[in-house]
Design a protein around this ligand. Structure first.
Ligand SMILES: Nc1nc2c(ncn2[C@@H]2O[C@H](COP(=O)(O)OP(=O)(O)OP(=O)(O)O)[C@@H](O)[C@H]2O)c(=O)[nH]1
Ligand SMILES: [Ca+2]
Ligand SMILES: [Mg+2]
Length: 730
């Protein structure tokens, strides 16, 4: 409930407990009505009662809330009731507020009001004495009135009134007329009982008053309680209102905040969306632009496409035409190639035949020579040794020379000395055997070291000195031409003689082949002369390869060739002079391959001759002596001179000879292998002495050459281009 100053009191109980706060500290505990009634019953006259009732009414008007007291502003409610201005009412309040605490208790109000009222009505009666006198007058007046009504004496009336006053019956009794009649009756009829009756009345009234007071108290307490409850409820209500208000405010605040946050968020989202939309719009525009451009392009491309299609058709037609032409050209080319191939093969075969016929011719000559030797020996035996220098013998030799010339067609060299006299066989042999190994005869001498076939032993040096000289002119050396196949005369075939060991004898070569006269003359043949080896062969060779044999002197080239061609070894071979060659046909994968093997001289001075032969070679064999370190060291030089002449287009076979002489080995196998690997060579270690690896190595090379040639032939399109050298080692 609101305090007089208007502040909100959170704890209404305090009001009740408050000391001196408000007017209820002491006298205000009674309800104003009660106090008024009390006063009525106790001392007031009926006029006063009216006045008190009036005062009570006014008090209730002012205290509309039922607080039990009146504040200054409450007085203003009387403005409508009373003919007083607001200032006057203020004055009245000040006048009524006897203790000046700003509140009017019901007592103050009643007392002040009656005083004020009486003064208003009877301005002359100002003091209490006057009031009492007035009251007495009224009482007297009333008594007189009553006397008239009930024939009651004035004294009795006064007596009764005094009794009533003494008993305080006004407060309890509403209508005292019955009691009055009873009292009058009793006084008249039984005066002795009057005192008892009065006592009884006294008791009754005192009890009644007590009960009344008690009731009043209870009522007042109840009202106070109600007021307190009201106040409390008001407090609670106000508090609740405040709480609701604050809650509402908080809620509103929160709600506003939330709303604001949400709206901000939404705004941001909206902004983002707008940006996205803008981007999308831009993208769309861009894409539209691209689309248009593409559309445009498409049209252009279409036109171009049509154009290209037309061009394409034209080109296709042209291509067809060209391909027809190409096919024609290819067919022509093929036929030309076949022709060329055929010509090549024919040429090679011709070369082979020429070589063969030369060999046959040579063999014939040798036979004649043998015959002459035999004749000579016979003559020598017959005649006296003293007539050795007989002219008959000279004539004989001259005759025989003439007959050779006639048969050989000047193929064999002239066995004449500078004076045109053919020296005797004895002289020849003498000269030959006087030549040490590695003769420095230069180009003219062919020492004889031929041994008996089948015997592994070297000849005893030969008992017959033969003054035979074989002269080879380097400048006129026909062999390079032979390699070229530059023979023109047709030659008869001799299929039976498949393998021919030929000596490089031509018209230009002047040589003195030693005759093998008897088996007791093992040195009857010159070194470099090839034995005629006859082997049956089912058919003529399919192809011919020229292979040049190089390497330092005495590594065993000639011995190797002899082993390969003749299947025998002749120790103590003389150094090769100039160049020599042999032909041997071998069977490689069901085809007959003729190998023209060119035996070169290893000595330094013949190098320039050797060099010429590389150019025509299909393959090269470089040999070193594995018991001679120096010969191995020279291999690089030989390789580089091969490369200088032919590049790397010919396959090279590297041979380490004299494998039989393992004791004196100076070149480890690994070195040879490494060298071969580094230079892409075919490599074998072999022995001319034992024949180990002689055939195998040459067959390897022959197979390689054959395969290489096959590849070249198959590769018809690349005709005219040099065939690439295949890897030898693989
Ligand atoms: N132990 C042994 N000795 C051999 C072998 N091959 C050759 N000889 C000997 O080595 C020497 C030289 O042999 P040649 O065949 O004349 O050597 P070359 O390479 O032809 O020599 P030039 O003609 O000067 O280039 C001869 O005394 C042969 O007997 C072999 O495999 N083993
Ligand atoms: Ca007061
Ligand atoms: Mg030799």
């Amino acid at each position: 409930m609101a305090a007089p100053d208007g502040r909100v009191v959170s704890r209404p109980q305090r009001l009740g407990q408050g000391s001196g706060r408000g007017p209820k500290g002491r006298g205000a505990c009674l309800h104003p009505l009660d106090s008024l009634e009390q006063k009525e019953t106790q001392e007031q006259t009926p006029g006063q009662l009216d006045m008190l009732r009036k005062a009570q009414e006014f008090f209730q008007t002012c205290d509309a809330e039922g607080k039990g007291f009146i504040a200054r502003k409450d007085m203003q409610r009387l403005h409508k009731e009373l003919p007083l201005s607001l200032e006057e009412l203020e004055d009245v309040f000040d006048a009524l507020d006897a203790d000046g605490n700003g509140y009017l208790t019901p007592e103050e109000f009643t007392a002040g009001f009656s005083h004020f009222f009486f003064r208003q009505n009877n301005p002359s009666q100002e003091d209490a004495g006057e009031q009492v006198a007035q009251r007495h007058k009224e009482k007297v007046y009333q008594s007189r009135g009553n006397e008239d009504l009930g024939d009651m004496g004035e004294d009795e009336e006064a007596q009764f009134q005094m009794l009533m006053d003494r008993l305080g019956a006004q407060k309890v009794l509403e209508d005292e007329s019955d009691v009055k009649q009873l009292w009058l009756q009793l006084k008249k009829d039984e005066p002795h009982l009057l005192s008892n009756f009065e006592d009884f009345l006294t008791r009754i009234f005192s009890q009644l008053q007590e009960a009344h007071e008690e009731k009043n108290e209870l009522e007042y307490a109840l009202k106070r309680k109600i007021a307190a409850y009201d106040e409390e409820i008001q407090h609670l209500y106000e508090e609740m209102e405040q709480q609701i208000k604050s809650e509402k405010e908080q809620f509103l605040l929160k709600d506003t905040e939330r709303f604001q946050a949400r709206s901000q968020e939404l705004e941001q989202k909206l902004l983002c969306k707008e940006q996205e939309l803008e981007q999308l719009t831009q993208k769309q525009k861009r894409l539209e632009g691209q689309c248009t451009a593409l559309h445009h392009d498409k049209h252009e491309t279409k036109a171009e496409n049509t154009k290209l299609k037309l061009t394409n058709q034209e080109l296709a037609r042209e291509l067809e035409r060209t391909s027809w032409e190409l096919q024609d050209a290819q067919q022509q080319l093929e036929s030309l190639q076949q022709e060329a191939c055929k010509l090549h093969q024919e040429k090679e075969m011709e070369v082979y035949r020429v070589t063969e016929s030369l060999q046959r011719e040579k063999a014939g000559l040798l036979k004649q020579l043998d015959f002459l030797r035999e004749r000579n020996k016979h003559l020598r035996d017959e005649r006296d040794i003293c007539f050795q220098k007989n002219k008959a013998a000279t004539a004989n030799t001259a005759a025989s020379r003439a007959s050779w010339k006639n048969r050989s067609g000047s193929v064999i060299g002239k066995y004449v000395d500078g004076r045109g006299i053919l020296r005797s066989q004895s002289e020849e042999e003498e000269e030959v055997f006087s030549i040490p190994r590695r003769s420095s005869l230069g180009l003219s001498g062919y020492p004889l070291t031929e041994e008996e076939p089948g015997t592994g032993e070297p000849g005893p040096g030969g008992p017959y000195p033969r003054p035979l000289r074989r002269i080879i002119s380097i400048e006129e050396d026909p062999l390079p031409q032979l390699l070229d196949g530059g023979f023109e005369q047709p030659l008869s075939k001799c299929p039976e003689e498949e393998e021919v060991c030929d000596q490089g004898a031509q018209g230009q070569i002047q040589e003195a082949p030693p005759l093998k006269l008897t088996p007791t003359s093992p040195r009857g043949q010159p070194v470099g002369k090839e034995a005629v080896c006859k082997e049956s062969s089912p058919s003529a060779p399919d192809r011919l390869f020229k292979i040049v044999f190089v390497g330092n002197s005495a590594v065993g080239k000639t011995s190797f060739l002899r082993r390969f061609c003749e299947g025998r070894f002749s120790p103590g071979m003389a150094a090769t002079v100039g160049i020599d060659y042999r032909v041997k046909t071998v069977n490689v994968d069901d085809s007959q391959v003729a190998l023209q093997l060119w035996d070169t001289a290893g000595q330094e001075r013949y190098r320039c001759i050797t060099q010429q032969f590389f150019r025509k070679a299909d393959g090269v064999i470089v040999m070193y002596d594995l018991t001679d370190k120096q010969s191995f060291l020279s291999v690089r030089r030989w390789l580089s001179s091969v490369e200088e002449a032919v590049g790397d287009r010919v396959p090279v076979l590297l041979l380490g000879n004299k494998l039989d002489n393992e004791k004196e080995r100076e070149v480890p196998r690994g070195l040879g292998e490494q060298l071969a690997k580094d230079n892409n060579l075919i490599f074998y270690e072999c022995s001319a002495y034992s024949g180990h690896n002689t055939k195998e190595s040459l067959l390897h090379l022959a197979r390689f050459l054959k395969e290489q040639e096959d590849t070249v032939r198959e590769d018809t399109i690349q005709v005219g281009h040099p065939a690439k050298k295949k890897s030898c080692c693989g």
